[in-house]
Ligand binder design. Structure first.
Ligand code: AGP
Length: 609
């Protein structure tokens, strides 16, 4: 998984400098490893190491390479730790082709068995290495490079984009299954990348490669194949990127880019998580005498949602606590039969790690959930699950939150299946609902963002406020309040809807913001609509977040009410569907108030101490 940037010169000129520069523009795609495949004197060479491009380029002297064809990659680790061996590109056994990819190959285990049985030597634990050996198998049958690529396209499943450099044909072939992939066109050079803004200054125009298409970039030009036949190259569009935003993927802030990436991150999470590890995690949950969920901040809110999942789907009520509290009161009760589920997107949060040391001393089993598999959390865990959301650079966590929710839901669902409470077909149906929910979110995002901008007009003058919800979306109220603080320096509190009239309501008046997340439990929702009405009547600026087509919300008529609607989702997926509008509300308010959104004062991405 990561950033891809390849180039083929049509005049024989050296393309290595442009490929290295392209990689430097993709820090947000991954920085666990950097590699480049080149052809020097007719020999395919792959230079790679763990680490960010600047470090690896200097260490390996990449600036000194000369090649008229090159395929570079900057890695975000999901399969295999951040090591040189696991860094892309991967060569086949005969050193003829090199492969680099983004996303995840979901049938990797089966393909791996196939190539190993075929006598190939795998050098890494990356899912993409199998692709190099699959191409090699086809080439050994005297198939052309194009035919070999078509066979590869038929073999790979999942959510990915892949590029293959062939030393002999001196071409790069590429195709995608849902993740973005672009051909960059200029008079002298052809480019391939999964990050459009990285083409700025190199390509004059670009063409997006659609799923089902296969692109071949050679010295002679570009060829595109669709459904087995050659198809005309679509007209190029100009590479129109604000130069100052190139390193943020063309977005004004990393936070906004990351919110827009969230639906794709969900698809990546789904493709990356391996059933055997989910099963292992599920069995740990079912076999534990007691379960503790520990985390901080946004990850703690994800852990709170997970307690609803485990309670309803598995019949287990875990203790959910801040990792800062855990050593004070809970760790005493931890024993060798305990399971500690530690959630941390960075995997480096100090309180999580120190709590884990103590839990381990008492013999507990640790199930880690992290976005960085090279982190200390992953190393301290008996079993860890990768969130696989891709690097997150903005301090306010967004796509890691939604992907964490999904991962924890999958663990609970799998445990429910293992316990015989969910049958195999319901399990499969729920997993495919998650995929559909992600796709609906991707489609709805621009509209949701527009509604968030409109809602901000009501909120911007307020002195602070509440976000209110109940049931499985209550932790979302806490999370929304946290996002409003971080991204907009706007004071907000998360309030459980049943508690609203036990005190908090007293502050609701003109100049006070009151946000509502319509609960997904029927009775709770029924009780919430009148609260929305009352808050608007009390003069507050009210924002209600509900599902599209919520007729009860539409009935509430008030100039003081703005509605943001999100695509309907199954009850357990509702926290994911609701998170995105709430993140956008906080982001848009932060923009309106001129806040330093990606780097709020006093905060750091990982609170190590
Ligand atoms: C999230 O927006 C915050 N920046 C913060 O609360 C964060 O979630 C918390 O520090 C925990 O981080 P972790 O997931 O990396 O452990």
């Amino acid at each position: 998984m990561g950033g891809l940037f390849g180039a083929v010169s049509r005049s024989g000129a050296n393309v290595v400098p442009s490929v290295l520069e392209g990689l430097k523009r993709m820090r947000f795609k991954g920085y666990d490893g950097t590699g480049i495949a080149v052809v020097e004197g007719g020999v395919l060479e792959v230079y790679k190491d763990a680490g960010w491009v600047d470090y690896v380029a200097e260490k390996l002297g990449l600036d000194r390479l000369t090649s008229s064809i090159a395929l570079g990659h900057t890695r975000y680790a999901t399969h295999g730790r951040p090591t040189a061996e696991n860094t892309h590109p991967f060569a086949d056994c005969r050193q003829r082709v090199a492969v680099a990819g983004d996303g995840a190959i979901s049938n990797y285990e089966r393909l791996k068995d196939r190539v190993v049985m075929g006598g190939h030597r795998l050098q890494s634990r990356s899912d993409f290495e199998v692709a190099a050996h699959l191409v090699e198998e086809e080439l050994e049958k005297d198939r052309s490079f194009t035919e070999a690529l078509k066979a590869l396209q038929g073999a790979l499943e999942g959510f990915y984009a892949v590029a293959v450099l062939d030393r002999d044909a001196e071409c790069i072939g590429a195709f995608t299954q849902a993740t973005p992939l672009y051909i960059g066109l200029s008079s002298n050079t052809l480019y391939i990348t999964n990050t459009l803004p990285a083409l700025y200054g190199f390509a004059d125009s670009y063409v997006a490669i659609e799923p089902g298409e296969l692109a071949l970039l050679c010295r002679e030009g570009v060829r595109v194949f669709k459904e087995g036949r050659e198809a005309p190259l679509k007209p190029g569009s100009p590479v129109d990127v604000d130069p100052s935003l190139v390193e943020k993927g063309g977005f004004q802030h990393h936070m906004l880019r990351e919110v827009y990436e969230a639906p794709y991150a969900l698809l990546r999470t789904l493709s990356s998580v391996q059933e055997k590890y989910l099963q292992l995690a599920a069995r740990l949950v079912l076999g534990a005498e007691d379960v503790y969920i520990i985390a901080n901040g946004t990850s703690l809110h994800a852990g709170m949602v997970a307690s609803y999942y485990l309670s309803e789907l598995v019949g287990i009520s875990p203790v959910v606590t801040s990792a800062a509290e855990f050593p004070l009161y809970y760790v005493e009760n931890v024993s060798p039969g305990s399971l500690v589920v530690a959630i941390s997107q960075s995997g480096e949060t100090g309180d999580v790690l120190s709590s884990l040391y103590e839990a381990k001393l008492r013999g507990a089993t640790i199930l880690g959930v992290t976005n960085y598999i090279g982190s200390r959390l992953a190393r301290l865990s008996n079993v860890y699950l990768p969130i696989a959301a891709g690097p997150e650079l903005a301090v306010p966590a967004t796509k890691t939150f939604t992907s964490t929710l999904l991962l924890l839901y999958l663990v609970a669902l799998r445990a429910s299946r293992e316990a015989g409470k969910t049958d195999a077909s319901t399990y499969a149906q729920k997993v495919s609902s998650a995929r559909e929910a992600a796709l609906r979110l991707a489609e709805a995002l621009p509209r949701v963002d527009e509604e968030a901008k409109q809602a901000v007009k009501l909120v911007r003058g307020c002195r602070g406020g509440y976000v209110v919800s109940r049931g499985i979306t209550y932790p979302l109220a806490l999370e929304a309040a946290l996002k409003l603080k971080e991204a907009a320096y706007f004071h907000a509190e998360g309030v459980e809807a049943g508690e609203f009239k036990h005190g908090p309501f007293v502050l609701v008046e003109e100049g006070f913001f009151t946000g509502f997340i319509v609960p997904v439990e029927k009775l709770s929702a029924e009780a919430t609509y009148p609260l929305i009405q009352s808050a608007a009547e009390a003069g507050a600026s009210v924002v209600a977040v509900g599902f599209e087509g919520d007729g009860r919300l539409a009935e509430i008529k008030s100039e003081r009410l703005a509605v943001i609607s999100t695509p309907p989702a199954e009850r357990h997926l509702a926290p994911i569907a609701y998170a995105i509008p709430l993140q956008l509300l906080a982001y848009r308010l932060g923009v309106e108030l001129g806040r330093p959104i990606d780097a709020p004062r006093y905060l750091t991405k990982a609170v190590t101490r």
